[in-house]
Design a binder for this molecule. Structure first.
Ligand code: CO8
Length: 373
């Protein structure tokens, strides 16, 4: 088996920011108008009154202060409450491929690789813009990569699950190097009219290059000591939007076809699962908790990360041990732990170990234990 390393990482931020205050102002104006317009139905119990949101609640309950938006226009417009993303012709680059290319090019430059060096492209994220052709094949074409490209959907664990696939392909010799990209264009699936979830997500794109250790020339590279993915079925985080919508006599864009969750249950159930998963994985590669210098955890909720870190360490983590990036980015589905890695890895010394771990819908949990070379 070939030894596999992470040799490059790339993070791309969209140009637009939406603060909690802006988001709450728009949502509350929408809610007040909704309640006025439906006063009779609300009074008769036919419709539920829209509760008001609060920026203080959002920051306290989640740690989120702002999020990036690929396209801001439309999201804060109370007559629309969703981004206004122009439809592109089939001959044009798709939106999601554009996002993917931004982070892919940064990751390839940091690994010192060109399209000729890469044999496989995996676009792995929570949603893809279309069913086919795969976004990965479009990206592959733009980057002049021969070989194979495919899309993978594993919600918040898409990045770590794809990194495991990439590792296995390189270890087995079916690819020399693999580009894993997470173009998380979440804003079109957010229900900005739902008080409980309107603040959760942001757009971003991340990417990583994995290759054989003997071809790596990168300044910062990480040996993959072990990787594991795990799924346990749960209905607590769902999106029902899909291709069957056309054949069902329901509004394809109704609330239950957008992201929705039982946030409290997710919090309670996923934290112990994620901690146990990492404990098992660290043990499996022959390390102890004390030997892990950095935890690049999924970024859904600051309180969740602190609870998980406490369960692992038996104490509160230092900020640099388990870096938080969700204050700036919000929940970016699978990209969260990769953003944390991108922004917080260059200070590690040779021999330092860390864990990249994601958790979310499915439920799904994925992790990689890595050591700096
Ligand atoms: N403003 C003001 N008050 C609010 C708001 C708000 N926006 N929202 C809720 N409240 C109120 C509630 O009404 C409640 O009041 P009451 O007790 O009177 O009913 C009170 O605040 C507490 O409500 P909750 O119990 O719901 O609040 P929590 O403290 O649990 O916080 C969170 C809510 C932040 C959602 C929290 O539960 C959480 O973060 N849970 C974990 C969620 C998580 O990790 N989910 C993962 C989802 S992502 C994923 O897996 C894949 C998705 C793929 C991408 C999707 C892209 C769109």
């Amino acid at each position: 088996m070939n030894q596999v390393v992470i040799s490059g990482a790339g993070l791309w931020r969209p140009a637009h920011v939406i603060t909690n205050e802006e988001l709450v102002e728009a949502y509350n104006a929408y809610a007040v108008r909704f309640n006025e317009e439906h006063a009779e139905a609300i009074a008769s119990g036919e419709l539920a009154e829209k509760p008001l949101s609060s920026a203080e609640f959002i920051e306290k309950a989640s740690g989120i202060r702002q999020r990036y938006a690929y396209i801001k226009e439309g999201i804060l417009d109370i007559g629309r409450m969703r981004p206004k993303i122009p439809r592109r012709r089939e001959e044009e680059l798709s939106h999601q491929a554009e996002l993917a290319l931004h982070s892919a090019r940064i990751a390839m430059a940091s690994a010192g690789k060109t399209g000729d060096d890469i044999d496989m492209v995996i676009v792995s994220c929570a949603y893809t813009e279309r069913s086919y052709p795969a976004i990965a094949i479009e990206v592959q074409n733009e980057l002049g990569i021969t070989g194979t490209g495919f899309d993978m959907l594993v919600a918040c664990s898409a990045a770590t699950f794809a990194l495991q696939r990439a590792h296995d392909a390189i270890a087995a010799g079916s690819a020399r190097a693999v580009l894993v990209i997470n173009p998380e264009l979440t804003s079109p699936q957010v229900n900005y009219t739902d008080r409980d979830s309107h603040f959760i997500f942001g757009d971003v794109s991340t990417a990583m290059v994995l290759e054989r250790a003997d071809t790596c020339t990168s300044v910062h590279s990480y040996e993959i000591l072990g990787s594991r993915s795990q799924t346990v079925y749960s209905n607590n985080i769902r999106s029902n939007f899909g291709y069957v919508a056309y054949a069902q006599d329901v509004d394809p864009f109704c609330a239950e076809n957008l992201f929705h969750q039982n946030g409290r249950s997710v919090f309670k159930e996923v934290c112990p699962m994620a901690a146990d998963h990492m404990l098992g994985q660290i043990d499996a590669v022959g390390l102890s908790i004390a030997e892990i210098r950095r935890w690049w955890l999924h970024q859904a909720n600051i309180n969740m990360n602190q609870l998980i870190a406490r369960r692992l360490l038996g104490r509160d983590p230092d900020p640099e041990e388990a870096p938080i990036v969700l204050d700036e980015f919000a929940n970016t589905a699978s990209a969260g732990s990769i953003i944390a890695f991108c922004l917080h890895h260059e200070d590690l010394d040779a021999g330092d170990c860390g864990v990249i771990c994601s958790f979310g819908a499915g439920y799904s949990i994925g992790s990689l234990v890595i050591r700096k070379r």
